[in-house]
Design a binder for this molecule. Structure first.
Ligand code: RET
Length: 253
């Protein structure tokens, strides 16, 4: 049934996943080419960013092929649609996130010059957030919301860590670093708060269809990976230019 009556993605959902797969592959290529235009020592962030979009590309390849999912019994039947008794849960998302979200946070932490013990604490919170989200998604009963609550608590702590203690750190390194770090940190955290919203409507409450889930998560992932990557790399270039006092000279020759 094209109306997605059994809780699975349809051909349209699959096509969207293929499109995002193409975007992730394209951005991976661009980040690698961009890296090669730089001296060797300036490349690490380009490589980390490229590996993030590369992992996402594989996850999207999997979902577009209708793989990496399991039918999970639903607690709430979607109203208006004669939905099935199960929903297609893409656990492959969480395999992607468990690899890529720590890298995204690490890039942010290194931009602020955070000490490693702070970075590791943030990464630990991140693992708690993703794993509780996965377990909650696979649980049928309302205990899933317990896992969801643990995950949200972890996200709140991450938000607090990257905005407050870390911004003090960035300030010590320099006003330019601080300014850019705050912008990047706010972009990340505002975006990341939309993920639990998507989860609540999809894996959690079974409120929207699997095709709508594809749209919601795809938009978030494109903003959180390739777009975030471009902003981060541009910020790094700006910071370096400002350090050399060349910012205006190069932008406005
Ligand atoms: C879950 C459910 C449990 C509660 C919370 C969640 C947050 C997930 C986030 C995911 C971010 C993913 C990114 C992917 C990159 O493309 C696991 C949905 C808080 C914030 C940035």
């Amino acid at each position: 049934n094209p109306k997605d009556a059994d809780g699975n993605i349809t051909v349209r959902g699959s096509k969207l996943y293929w499109a995002i797969f193409a975007i992730m592959m394209f951005s991976t290529t661009c980040f690698i080419v961009w890296a090669y235009t730089k001296p060797r020592l300036e490349r690490p962030f380009h490589y980390i960013t490229a590996s993030i979009t590369m992992v996402a590309a594989i996850a999207y390849f999997t979902m577009a092929s209708n793989l990496g999912s399991a039918p999970i019994g639903v607690e709430f039947i979607r109203s208006g649609v004669v939905a099935g008794l199960t929903r297609q849960i893409f656990y492959v998302r969480y395999i992607d996130w468990v690899i890529t979200t720590p890298l995204l946070l690490m890039e942010l932490g290194l931009t602020a010059g955070l000490p490693w013990n702070n970075i590791l604490w943030i990464l630990l919170l991140d693992e708690v957030m993703i794993i509780t989200g996965l377990v909650g998604a696979l649980v049928r009963s309302s205990y899933k919301w317990g896992y969801f609550a643990f995950g949200c608590a972890a996200l709140l702590l991450i938000g607090w860590e990257i905005i407050l203690p870390s911004s003090g750190n960035a300030k010590v390194i320099g006003a330019d670093v601080h300014k850019h770090y705050i912008m990047l940190g706010l972009y990340l955290i505002i975006l990341w708060f939309l993920y639990p919203v998507a989860w609540g409507l999809c894996e959690g409450g079974n409120v929207i269809s699997s095709d709508s889930e594809a749209i919601f998560y795809s938009i978030l992932d494109v903003l959180a990976k390739p777009v975030y990557g471009v902003i981060l790399l541009v910020v790094h270039e700006k910071i370096q230019l400002d350090r050399l006092g060349l910012g205006d000279t190069i932008v406005n020759p």
